[in-house]
Write a protein that binds this ligand. Structure first.
Ligand SMILES: Cc1cc2nc3c(=O)[nH]c(=O)nc-3n(C[C@H](O)[C@H](O)[C@H](O)COP(=O)(O)OP(=O)(O)OC[C@H]3O[C@@H](n4cnc5c(N)ncnc54)[C@H](O)[C@@H]3O)c2cc1C
Length: 214
């Protein structure tokens, strides 16, 4: 099995030594996909040999994993397309929310669903857990235009099915998401957890996740 998995991902993208696996939990292989073909192939291999796959984003939600194979999306983290006219961005599921917002900030935009764990949480992770934004009362479902998935049979397709939001990776592997973005000038602090002075709030009118999450 080890040989087959290395053939798919390359030796540098697979962990299988016990001491490397221990931080993930009770798992046999950690694989770092960087293209979609690798995800089809591993799903088909897992089907053939009846192996369990777990998708891991930033790891902020689930610490101890029990699975044969973990797909760690740390290298599946590219911003693929930014469409300012339609106010959306297409990203791979391993993109970290903080990285996305740093990128969008330079264009005068931001993605408004910002969990406390924004520095490590990924797009795939927030979709799979239906993350609550700590910065405002906006709902994730209103900021998702389309989701691309690989299902358990290895089929890859686009969908708008909202059942994937909050499915905890049980329905499919999320590979890409088209997210709606907002203009930075529309950014308003709506801090649910701290009552700030008027002056403090005025100072935070510029986008600054660290300022939001005081
Ligand atoms: C300090 C801290 C603060 C937090 N603050 C918030 C908060 O403000 N709001 C909130 O809602 N949550 C919060 N959480 C919980 C957690 O951070 C969120 O649920 C976050 O969205 C998980 O993202 P992740 O990338 O870390 O996912 P992970 O922890 O890696 O995975 C979470 C779940 O999503 C699945 N998953 C991950 N990627 C994929 C994929 N590509 N395809 C299919 N399934 C996938 C996993 O299998 C797992 O079931 C916090 C956690 C911590 C530790």
């Amino acid at each position: 099995m080890q040989k087959k998995i290395i053939e798919i991902f390359g030796k540098e993208n697979v962990l299988f030594n016990k001491d490397e696996l221990i931080i993930y939990g009770d798992v046999k292989f950690i694989c770092f996909p960087y293209n979609i073909e690798q995800i089809f192939k591993i799903v088909r291999l897992a089907n053939k040999y009846n192996l369990k796959i777990f998708s891991r984003g930033g790891g902020s939600y689930k610490k101890e994993i029990t699975s044969d194979i973990v797909l760690d999306f740390a290298k599946f983290n590219h911003i693929l397309d930014t469409n300012i006219n339609d106010k959306n961005v297409m990203v791979q599921s391993g993109v970290v929310i903080n990285h996305l917002n740093k990128y969008l900030k330079r264009l005068g935009y931001y993605f408004p669903i910002i969990p406390y764990s924004y520095e490590i949480s990924t797009v795939g992770g927030i979709v799979a857990t239906n993350a609550i934004s700590a910065a405002n009362d906006l709902l994730l479902k209103d900021y998702i235009e389309e989701i691309e998935i690989v299902d358990g049979s290895g089929k890859h397709y686009k969908t708008k099915d909202q059942e994937l939001i909050g499915s905890f990776g049980q329905l499919a592997i999320i590979t890409q998401v088209k997210l709606k973005i907002k203009k930075l000038e529309d950014y308003k602090i709506n801090n649910k957890y701290k009552i700030s002075t008027f002056q403090e709030n005025k100072n935070k009118e510029k986008f600054d996740p660290n300022g939001v999450l005081c």
